[in-house]
Write a protein of this length. Structure first.
Length: 263
């Protein structure tokens, strides 16, 4: 503790991976690891520090030498799994149904291990978009590889031309923690950017929100710790009065991180 009070929370952000950077970036043959600014700022706006956790992958296998993901988890108070590339179907025991959706198996292995290190150490995990899907897969669930193909009657959950301006409504499931956070509000509009979604629900997870077409939009672990996933992008909501307020989600996550740090 400093003279000014307790230290700020330290929140880890999983890395996005770019295995084949465009030539104009001038990193031939290199893999880039990065975070998207909005999700870091969403955390930082609430007084917490953010740290990207790099992978320890080499040649497609985890290389444990001087540093392990366990040690990263030990130094941080909570984890945010950010969005990005599709998950590889192999990660949930399936083969790709199209060459368009191979996913990123290297990132899957890294984030699943990272997820479990934080869970084992009793530290909160928040998953956004791909992060929500990863939580489901890490707990034994599966995904629709492509919503339009697997669920032809479903609404569109991604519009490339609109990107973060594509909006649809979600309904909050009564009796859940999410319903407590949004007391008196049964539904709301969210920013949607995903063509994959949860199919078979993972072990000990409950659904907290769905889209009108039935697609799962929020999940929470029923275990003793904090593990929650949101298919939409609350970090893009900002202060828009037309969209579901992102504050309750982040404040609840950070409160869980403070409790875990004090335990």
């Amino acid at each position: 503790m400093s003279q000014d009070g307790p230290r700020p929370l330290r929140i880890g952000l999983s890395a996005r991976l770019m295995h084949d950077p465009p030539a104009e970036l001038n990193f031939p043959g290199k893999t880039l690891q990065y975070i998207e600014q909005s999700i870091a700022h969403w955390v930082m706006a609430h007084g917490a520090l953010t740290f990207m956790v790099p992978t320890i992958e080499t040649g497609g296998g985890v290389d444990r030498r001087a540093i392990s993901l366990r040690e990263y988890a030990a130094e941080l108070d909570a984890l945010v799994l950010q969005g990005g590339a599709d998950m590889a179907p192999e990660s949930y025991g399936m083969a790709p149904t199209s060459p368009l959706w191979p996913g990123d198996r290297i990132r899957d292995r890294y984030e699943i291990e990272l997820f479990w290190e934080f869970v084992f150490q009793g530290k909160p995990v928040l998953g956004i978009c791909r992060g929500c899907q990863l939580i489901n897969v890490a707990l034994g669930g599966s995904l629709y590889q492509d919503i339009a193909s697997a669920c032809p009657d479903a609404a569109r959950h991604v519009e490339p031309a609109l990107y973060d301006r594509h909006v649809h409504e979600v309904a909050v499931v009564p009796g859940t923690r999410l319903a407590e956070l949004y007391a008196g509000r049964a539904e709301g509009k969210v920013i949607s950017i995903h063509h994959q979604a949860i199919d078979r629900l993972g072990n000990d997870l409950e659904v907290e929100a769905r889209a009108a077409d039935g697609i799962i939009e929020a999940i929470r672990w029923k275990g003793a710790g904090y593990v929650a996933g949101f298919q939409w992008h609350p970090e893009f909501h900002g202060g828009s009065a037309d969209l579901l307020d992102s504050e309750p989600i982040m404040l609840d996550f950070l409160a869980a991180a403070r409790r875990a740090r004090g335990a």
